[in-house]
Design a protein around this ligand. Structure first.
Ligand SMILES: C[S@@+](CC[C@H](N)C(=O)[O-])C[C@H]1O[C@@H](n2cnc3c(N)ncnc32)[C@H](O)[C@@H]1O
Length: 180
């Protein structure tokens, strides 16, 4: 059977579109796997958890805090609104873009910096408080990194996931405060 000549380019276009879709899907899946290998997937803290973080942090102006995996920036914005300088480390460029936009809208550009980088590569020595909403399989390695790098007396707040060998100083809901 001979195909009408008009059908050939249409078929080609459909094939190209399907191929592009497949490539985009593959990139999306590979990127998701890459992020999961580096740490937790994106799941924003609820308003209640953010409130618990603020109550446990009891931040004072002049202190430096970091959110490891800063997502859409909500924790950074809450902390900076309480008067501290907050740094976010976020590996997902789309979330970095979204959170920077949220920071601009909140008028907090002078108090918040969001680094498009893995927190595993950051030196955390300058922070008085580190917040993490992680995932079970990173907590042991993360505890070792925090013990190596943080100053004596620095605080760590973990949402939901516990550090296996550390005793929390205080707990609000499922948010825990530790002191190194
Ligand atoms: C559970 S979400 C928490 C988001 C935010 N901190 C909150 O509480 O709403 C974890 C975030 O960590 C990011 N992430 C995962 N591994 C990371 C890594 N190695 N370095 C930086 N960000 C990472 C994910 O992209 C995700 O946005």
């Amino acid at each position: 059977m001979v195909m009408p000549s008009v059908l050939v380019p249409i078929l080609m276009l459909v094939l190209i579109a399907l191929l592009l879709l497949l490539i985009a899907l593959l990139v999306y899946i590979l990127f998701g796997l890459y992020i999961t290998a580096q740490g937790p997937p994106f799941a924003p803290s609820s308003d209640e958890r953010v409130e618990h973080i603020l109550q446990l942090a009891r931040v004072r102006p002049g202190k430096r805090v970091a959110d490891l995996g800063s997502g859409d920036g909500r924790v950074l914005i809450a902390l900076a609104s309480a008067g501290v300088r907050a740094d976010g480390y976020e590996i997902n460029p789309w979330l970095v873009w979204r959170s920077r936009r949220a920071v601009r809208r909140a008028g907090l550009e002078d108090s918040i910096a969001i680094h498009c980088a893995s927190f595993w590569k950051a030196n955390l020595g300058r922070y008085d408080l580190v917040v993490i909403y992680g995932i079970g399989y990173i907590m042991e390695n993360l505890a070792a990194k925090l013990e190596r790098e943080l100053k004596d007396g620095s605080k760590v707040i973990s949402v939901y996931f516990e550090f296996p060998e550390w005793q929390p100083k205080k707990v609000l809901g499922d948010v825990r405060l530790y002191q190194v």
